[in-house]
Design a binder for this molecule. Sequence first.
Ligand SMILES: *[C@@H]1O[C@H](CO)[C@@H](O)[C@H](O)[C@H]1NC(C)=O
Length: 98
Amino acid sequence: MRKAWLLLLLLLSLSCAQYSGVIMKSCSGWRLNRLPLVKKFIREDSEFYNLEIIYEGGDPRLIFIDETGKEAETVNVSDLDQKGIKKVLEDHGFYPTH
Ligand SMILES: *[C@@H]1O[C@H](CO)[C@@H](O)[C@H](O)[C@H]1NC(C)=O
């Protein structure tokens, strides 16, 4: 019985775990130009989320960092528009800072 409670508490705390950071990794240049909606987010919105953007190639993606500094979750945002990318950030607990 006691064990079951401990397990429940553990599950609850895991499901409420907050990410401690988020970064975006993306392609740049002509490839990014072909994703105008993502580019618009980067240009107009990313600063409000203090989002660091690393242009290292690959599909534009948000990478959520857990409290140990590990890249815990990646979300491919190449198909999303500004609103969609903001929703992904906010669903993961990141809101505009100003
Ligand atoms: C990201 O999404 C795009 C569009 O749906 C897709 O073409 C691409 O393969 C995806 N990238 C990864 C790494 O899953």
